[in-house]
Design a protein around this ligand. Structure first.
Ligand code: MD3
Ligand code: FE
Length: 213
């Protein structure tokens, strides 16, 4: 379902088995070398979402290889199988075409793994630290949420609210890549217990940073 130009929602893309595997992987990634934590914004505010990064560490608002804001450790490497998953996701959303910028040449090198408890929210923002216009791949697991997809001009209306359910894929490319977006609400207790998350929502986003080495 194309929600806006370049923004494609593929409900139920991940099998329950694949979701279970990803939940297990997220549990391991959350333990370190850089533990999952609530990010502190430059103004001192603390985010309600908990985040751990792979490949590149993101701290508001820049990428680095080490987590100077957490424990100084080097971030875990970006797993090859997440790059494969990202290419499969692009092929599912946009088709198998081998045109320039097609799925086969997608080379994500950073993942942000976000965990939402029932009270967590993410305010409207743009992701613009990447030096690449390549699409962002988003995978949702666990509790459902309201995802708010906005415009490229401001965090305010017009926007479209979409319910994201466990297993859903969302790809943001083209003109949608720099749209404002956020998560105003999570619905606690809506997850299928079979995915292995008792409560809460996981979101895995894959990105090309465009940064060297
Ligand atoms: C549209 N995550 O990690 S996923 C984020 O559900 C983030 O945790 C939300 O926003 C979450 O930055 C929303 C959907 C998403 C992710 C990245 C995007 C939409 C995007 C980047 C550009 C445009
Ligand atoms: Fe974002």
């Amino acid at each position: 379902v194309e929600v806006a130009p370049g923004a494609v929602h593929v409900p139920g893309w991940l099998s329950v088995e694949r979701q279970r595997e990803l939940v297990g992987a997220c549990r391991a990634w959350a333990r370190g070398p850089v533990p999952m934590r609530r990010m502190v914004l430059p103004g001192g505010g603390v985010m309600s979402v908990r985040t751990v990064c792979l490949g590149w560490h993101w701290q508001p608002y820049r990428y680095s290889r080490t987590a100077g804001d957490v424990n100084g450790a080097r971030v875990a490497p970006f797993p090859d199988r997440l790059a494969d998953l990202g290419r499969a996701a692009l092929a599912a959303a946009y088709g198998e075409g081998d045109e320039d910028g097609g799925a086969g040449s997608y080379a994500p090198d950073a993942a942000l793994v976000n965990f939402y408890d029932g009270a967590a929210r993410m305010g409207m923002h743009q992701d613009k630290e990447e030096r690449s216009g390549a699409p962002v791949v988003s995978l949702s697991i666990g509790d459902s949420c309201v995802f708010r997809f906005g415009n490229t001009v401001s965090r305010n209306r017009p926007y479209t609210d979409v319910e994201l359910v466990s297993g859903d894929l969302f790809v943001f490319g083209g003109p949608s890549r720099f749209a404002f977006h956020g998560v105003p609400k999570v619905f606690p207790g809506t997850a299928d217990p079979a995915v292995g998350l008792r409560t809460g929502r996981l979101n895995i986003t894959l990105r090309e940073t465009g940064l060297a080495s």
